[in-house]
Design a protein around this ligand. Sequence first.
Ligand SMILES: [Zn+2]
Ligand SMILES: [Zn+2]
Length: 460
Amino acid sequence: MYLPRNPQASPFFRLVRDHFDEFERVYAERFQPKQDYWRPTCTPTQSVGVSTAIDKFLKCGDLREGFARVRCPDCGKEFFVAFSCRQRCCCPDQKRALLLGMRLAEEVFAPVSHRQWVLTMPKRLRIFFRYDRRLLGKLCRLAYETIKDALRQACGAREGEPGYVGAIQTFGDLMGWHSPVHAIVSEGLFRRDGFFIRITRVDMERCTESWRERVFDLLLREEKIDEEVVRSMRGWPHSGFSIDNSVQIASEDEEGMQRLVSYISRCPFSLARMIKVSEDGEVIYRAGKSECVRYPRPGDERLREGVLRNSQVFDALEFLAEVTQHIPDKGQHLIHYFGWYSNKERGMRRKREPVVSEAPVAMGDGKSASDGAFIKKRKMSWAALIRKVYEVDPLRCPECGGEMKVISFIDKCQVDVVEKILRHCGLWKEAVSRPPPVAVSRVAEGEPGYDYGYFDRVCI
Ligand SMILES: [Zn+2]
Ligand SMILES: [Zn+2]
């Protein structure tokens, strides 16, 4: 039987399975005081949040959690597609990002060019966002306000809103704590009537200054810093605040946009960069090009051999500490929508949709989008969805090349059925060692719609 993927074979999965229990046990003693990783108050709810995420991750791609059954009508070949765990910031499965990209393309992005905006702040201030994570959402809004004002200034407009999808990445290249805002923003402003004014240049210096002042204001209001700190930081020769918006994505560049969405919603670590994981869980992790590399202990033999150049060495527990600090609190949103792309605006446009799609919408750069600028793209079919998710064509029969069909969805609630089928096919495996979390209802916890959430409604 052909199985499309096996997340449990990944080195990260093994690391979690073999070392997470120990990590949890020694966390308070080893990590909390010394490196103040994770949340400062390891309250029962927060620590349960991380443990719950990890427990779910350990069931990622596990057929016992339910699956889709796919069959070739021509030759009868069958295989199963396991569900994904949907856990943010600990599951390196790309499906979440791919599906987010598809949703944005279908329901959110207008057919105009966009830019990636990256807004950063000095190290000294980042720490406040680690200890008070509700500030991250506020930071994302500040970034929106900053960009909106810069665009309005650029064209002398007093109204008009950009379309904005923002994400906060709490991690840097080597998974250390960071807090840049990454946003995908329309390259211009939408007027109330839907007219798009394209704006290609903004005053970046002024924009950076306004970003800095907004962050100061927020932290003053929240009583994280005082006027004295602000005065001294204003005097720094290099403010440590920066904004970059040099990456542009043309309106027709769907692939470029998908790459960007994957980038802003990516996992704190990459499996491809875990270049070596030893028996006892020591990880050699390759740094990206931009990061100034922290070398491992001097005198390490492997340095001379070149194995460790541009790498960081973590023991198993350090690696878990770095990763788990980025797992968001339950209910904390990582992606934010503002302006023309906010839920409210989109909802209002949906109501007016028949009118909009009949009337041609003039574009600011002179092009007419008479094919209906805001008509939604055709909904993708199921097969297209799965094809996109797997990057290959999983619905193509491996035996005869015929088109396979999803014939049923076996939900994990049907425990007996799941076990019976898997045993029959020789695919039944005993559970991994970590005990299941107590009374966690998957239905209540998960957000329907991710991955095979579509399957929920059809399951037999
Ligand atoms: Zn997963
Ligand atoms: Zn076939």
